[in-house]
Design a protein around this ligand. Structure first.
Ligand code: FAD
Length: 311
């Protein structure tokens, strides 16, 4: 290794890939019945890496008295947070960067409003300018890749399929709005209500379908829509149609998260996220029943019905 390479490695060890950014709410915008966009501001955002796509972040929410226990600098913030006594440990939830403008010190996060049972949904429903949180996100000063993104289709993919529920809307929206080139893409988005369909700015060749759930269960609209899309792609030979064996995942005991590291292939690449039980059924359909190669599919359980992210 060259001296320059060693120095980069040393710097990478010193400068964490993710770090806490002190931010406050600048403004909120109710996008639809189920989505509120919170725009955060703060000098700290000058150093937030703008990686795009499905970049995930952790939002450290205030305790009931409005305080946020300092976690200090460095990569081991999570261990320090875990070691705190219950009364000082702030709730932490995972979200997606919808957009970041470091030069303007601004960050947009689209929160799903699902009621008052979860601290994040509750906080977002009442957020107002000046409210403070900490956003643990990618650090532009880190010399290597910061991670926290899963969108990585192979260069030769002939068709991109993105499917998810409302929690995946911010990620899918950011991905499809940034797609360049001519590859065809289908985005299937299951949302609580028809009025939750948002305006997305996509190029020709990217087809976005909103599936309002109404009173149906999670996945009741998305699963058949994915089946139908796959049926059409099988006819076009982008999918083989040959079944692959697949081990079962207990979504109550394990995290459903499987992302191929260096996907190859010139057929379909699929990205699926949302409620874990629903994603499990989609995964089974794609890999086991339809024969999509599992190295061409990213599956992510973003949340579990009836379970808080903290359990
Ligand atoms: C990588 C990643 C990115 C994500 N990006 C986003 C994002 O950009 N926007 C977003 O809104 N969410 C996003 N999520 C999902 C979000 O983290 C969860 O919905 C989280 O549980 C919300 O926290 P909470 O405090 O509101 O509820 P929790 O305290 O975690 O849960 C309380 C109760 O609410 C239920 N619940 C949680 N979420 C929902 C929901 N959406 N609809 C109905 N019931 C729910 C739980 O099952 C539980 O019963 C993302 C998750 C991951 C892993």
């Amino acid at each position: 290794m060259t001296a320059g390479g060693e120095q980069t490695l040393e710097r990478a060890a010193e400068v964490p890939a993710y770090r806490g950014h002190q931010v406050a709410v600048l403004r909120t915008e109710r996008l639809s019945p189920s989505f509120v966009r919170v725009t955060f501001g703060g000098e700290d955002l000058a150093g937030f890496a703008d990686n795009g796509f499905d970049q995930r972040i952790k939002v450290i929410l205030p305790l009931p008295d409005g305080s946020i226990t300092p976690l200090g600098e460095g990569a081991d913030w999570y261990q320090r947070w875990r070691a705190l006594p219950d009364e000082l440990r702030n709730p932490i939830r995972t979200y997606t960067v919808r957009a970041v403008r470091p030069e303007q010190r601004e960050l947009d996060v689209d929160f799903v409003l699902h009621g008052e049972t979860g601290p994040a949904s509750r906080w977002a429903a009442h957020a107002s300018p000046g409210d403070r949180v900490v956003v643990v996100g990618p650090n532009a000063a880190h010399p290597g890749p910061t991670g926290g993104q899963e969108w990585a289709p192979p260069a030769g993919a002939s068709h991109l399929l993105l499917a998810g529920d409302e929690t995946a809307v911010p990620a899918i929206a950011a991905i499809v709005e940034s797609l360049s080139g001519s590859v065809r893409a289908t985005a299937l988005l299951e949302i609580p209500k028809a009025a939750d369909a948002l305006r997305l700015d996509v190029r020709p060749g990217v087809k976005v379908t909103w599936l309002p759930r109404g009173g149906a269960r999670h996945g009741d609209l998305l699963i058949p829509a994915v089946r139908e899309t796959l049926g059409a792609l099988t006819a076009e030979r982008a999918v083989t149609g040959a079944a692959n064996p697949l081990e079962d995942v207990d979504v109550d005991a394990e995290i459903l998260w499987e992302v191929p590291e260096a996907p190859k292939g010139d057929g379909l690449y699929a990205w699926l996220a949302g409620e874990a039980g629903m994603v499990k059924l989609l995964r089974r359909h794609l890999v086991q029943e339809t024969g999509v190669d599992r190295s061409s599919v990213a599956f992510m359980g973003y949340w579990r019905l009836g379970r808080s992210e903290s359990t």
